[in-house]
Ligand binder design. Structure first.
Ligand code: FAD
Ligand code: UDP
Length: 399
């Protein structure tokens, strides 16, 4: 305890952290220092603890669960502090793994876009086309013909503009994607990798679900509870409000798993990697329901925010009031999104090369590997990392 309280006490003082004090027999008190208690860090902590490793898990924020953190607000409504998190995956393995720590509430996500004075489904589907252009396309085949007539072929699809324009043409691109993307990323879609807008498909059916994955659900008691169950293990010591810097000289463990921004770990040696940040304006309103679906997107650049989320749709909570949040994107602040474009990937590769050159630190997660990953992908990456560590250890023991 004294080691940690010393570390915490050091925060805010100018004193550099004292190099430790190895244990009398020269061993570190933990096998792993895991930095960041989001999905990447918590899954690895859980897996390692389960095979008998001693883990010190810290997060600089005052809570676990990373960006998936949810909490009851002053009105008693469960909100997602860092914006709407909807779990979806096609992986049975990942769903089964997380199901050890939570029950689920079935939930299929639906999003409407506020365009041309109407609320229309996004991803664009047959209903969106009929609503926007006042058509009566009765089946998939008719919608496909309509879209084919609007699509503008692009020889080499590279950017987030290309991918949309080549499927639906300029007008639909401008209506649903251009403004939203400019606000969200501070960049024109033509300056972003195709992978960004390719997350949103185009449909000719009237299926208006945001995701088509096999498993779509919300943790029945919330994400934070899922994390509490995951890291509740005698081999895991959790310290929130503790930055890596506060403990890095303490020689707590021989190996570190780092899930914060990789460029920050290396003191931005090659310059900062761009991350997109967000500001959330949370409000509680004196009505039962504010909007008909959990999320309404606002593509127009005349509106400063990108989307509005009403949490009760996600959680199924009944309450006389309702809580919503507005999202405003910005360049500075807490890093939320890596920005997928070639020059950023090239800079990341330089940091990745530094990471590869040392085997006592392992980088995992959305910030640690600079990848625009969903929650399930981060869980998958963490499970794969654990398997790799296990294998390396088995090989070392054998030799
Ligand atoms: P994080 O959750 O960011 O965890 C990293 C942790 O490391 C943070 O808690 C941070 O405080 C800590 N940390 C960083 N540096 C340090 C340091 N130096 N010392 C100590 N601690 C440190 N995914 C979905 O699947 N579905 C969705 O609907 C969805 N919606 C999203 C909406 C928004 C607005 C955002 C931003 C993301 C969304 N995601 C969604 C993605 C999801 O949040 C991520 O995939 C996932 O949370 C990443 O987990 P992680 O552990 O890699 O990172
Ligand atoms: N996008 C858009 N209009 C929309 C929804 C999405 O232009 O109505 C684009 C935008 O560039 C966004 C990207 O598609 O950043 C991915 O959307 P998603 O909803 O997956 O973003 P996230 O939930 O990760 O913020």
């Amino acid at each position: 305890a004294s080691l940690i309280s010393e570390a915490i006490a050091k925060k805010g003082t100018k004193e550099p952290a004292k190099p430790t004090i190895l244990r009398p027999n020269g061993t570190a008190p933990y096998d792993y220092l895991v930095v960041g208690a989001g999905f990447a860090g918590s899954v690895l902590a859980e897996r390692l603890a389960a095979v008998g490793k001693r883990v010190f898990l810290c997060d600089r924020r005052p809570h676990i669960a990373g960006n998936a953190f949810d909490v009851r607000n002053e009105a008693g409504i469960l909100i997602h502090k860092y914006g709407p998190h909807i779990f979806h995956t096609n992986s049975e393995e990942i769903f089964a793994y997380l199901s050890r720590f939570t029950r689920w509430r079935p939930y299929e996500h639906r999003v409407l876009a506020d365009v041309a004075g109407k609320l229309l489904p996004i991803p664009i589907n047959r209903t969106s086309l009929n609503g926007l252009y006042e058509l009566d396309l009765k089946d998939d085949a008719k919608a496909a013909v309509f879209l084919a007539g609007r699509a503008e072929p692009v020889a080499d699809i590279r950017t987030s503009r290309d991918v949309v324009v080549s499927q639906v043409g300029t007008h639909l691109y401008r209506t649903f994607f251009e403004g939203y993307t400019r606000k969200q990323w501070g960049l024109d879609p033509s300056a972003l990798d195709k992978s960004v807008t390719a997350r949103i498909p185009t449909r000719t059916s009237d299926d208006d679900r945001y995701f088509l994955d096999t498993y779509q659900a919300m943790p029945a008691d919330g994400y934070t509870r899922l994390f509490e169950n995951m890291v509740d293990h005698k081999n895991i010591r959790i310290e929130t409000g503790v930055d890596h810097r506060d403990v890095e000289n303490e020689q707590l463990a021989r190996r570190t798993i780092f899930t914060g921004p990789i460029d920050a770990y290396f003191d931005h040696r090659f310059g900062p990697l761009p991350y997109r940040s967000l500001e959330f304006r949370h409000e509680t309103l004196d009505c039962q329901q504010f909007q008909s679906v959990a999320v309404v997107n606002y593509p127009s650049e005349d509106v400063p925010y990108t989307r509005v989320t009403e949490y009760k749709h996600l959680t199924g909570q009944t309450h006389a009031q309702t809580s919503i949040s507005y999202e405003f994107a910005k360049a500075d602040g807490e890093p939320y999104y890596p920005v997928p474009r070639p020059e950023n990937q090239a800079l990341y590769k330089r940091y990745e090369a530094l990471a590869r050159a040392q085997d006592d630190v392992i980088f995992v997660g959305r910030l640690g590997t600079y990848k625009y990953y969903n929650m399930d992908q981060v869980v998958g990456q963490a499970l794969a990392t654990f398997r790799r560590l296990e294998k390396a250890e088995a090989t070392a023991a054998h030799n």
